[in-house]
Design a protein around this ligand. Structure first.
Ligand SMILES: [Zn+2]
Length: 244
């Protein structure tokens, strides 16, 4: 006797729980609810106040490790996810020995994410620095570590900021025209360190100006001395719904 009302209540709850996402979708300009947009991943609003639809999940690969604890928040626009795979492979092939460590992207449907101001619309990713252990060997860490402008880990562990690989990563991001990187946030002393490193090698000088423009320490949030925060531009043909 009581099962039926309970099932009915369950159905009502399920419908009301699902309603916000569906309602959001309906508020998009009409064409975005039709093919081909209805089949695409969409990045809506700004990184600080936005959401996403049909996001792609980032998975670990031979060149990339998803950081423990970030597994539920590694959803992003495919342009971002594929860019991370391409550039981690690029660095891995040029300097074998370490994987890219990736933390949070966005939640599956986007929206506010604990510990971040942005990361709401599937265009942001936190990427750990490439590091060397106290013996100088390239290693992949399982968490982010803070580094100072002297290249040393601030926790006194002896880990060193790997100038070579971190520069190769920045260079690979700059050259990745498919996704179009719009920002790379990093602490000022590490920005200076990377640019100084590139200035010493004539092969890297070519990308110095682009790096100087893209690398910046955000004014409004934490110092980014334990990871890069990389953001891609709005995906193609989504300028009407994607901002910032
Ligand atoms: Zn971030």
């Amino acid at each position: 006797m009581r099962l039926v009302p309970l099932l009915a209540l369950g159905a009502i709850l399920l419908v009301s729980w699902r309603a916000p996402a569906a309602a959001k979708e309906k508020k998009l300009p009409e064409k975005f609810n039709k093919s081909p947009y209805s089949l695409m991943s969409l990045s809506v609003g700004t990184p600080n106040s936005g959401w996403q639809l049909r996001a792609k999940k980032l998975k670990s690969s031979p060149h990339l490790r998803v950081k423990k604890g970030s597994g539920a928040f590694v959803y992003g626009h495919p342009a971002l996810v594929l860019m991370l795979h391409r550039t981690s492979r690029d660095v891995g092939r040029m300097a074998r020995g370490a994987k890219m460590l990736v933390g949070d992207l966005s939640a599956k449907s986007g929206g506010p994410l604990s510990g971040h101001r942005s990361h709401q619309s599937g265009r942001d990713a936190d990427v750990g620095f490439y590091v060397r252990d106290p013996k100088g060997r390239a290693v992949t860490l399982d968490r982010f570590r803070q580094f100072g402008g002297d290249g040393k880990a601030k926790d006194g562990s002896g880990y060193m900021f790997d100038d070579h690989r971190n520069w190769l990563l920045v260079q690979s991001w700059i050259q990745d025209r498919r996704a179009g990187i719009s920002h790379i946030f990093v602490a000022k002393p590490l920005r200076k360190r990377l640019l100084d490193y590139a200035r010493k090698n004539k092969n890297y000088k070519l990308h110095l100006n682009a790096a100087a423009v893209l690398l910046k320490q955000p004014r409004s949030s934490s110092a980014h001395d334990d990871h890069f925060h990389v953001r891609i531009a709005c995906p193609k043909r989504q300028a009407e719904i994607c901002r910032g």
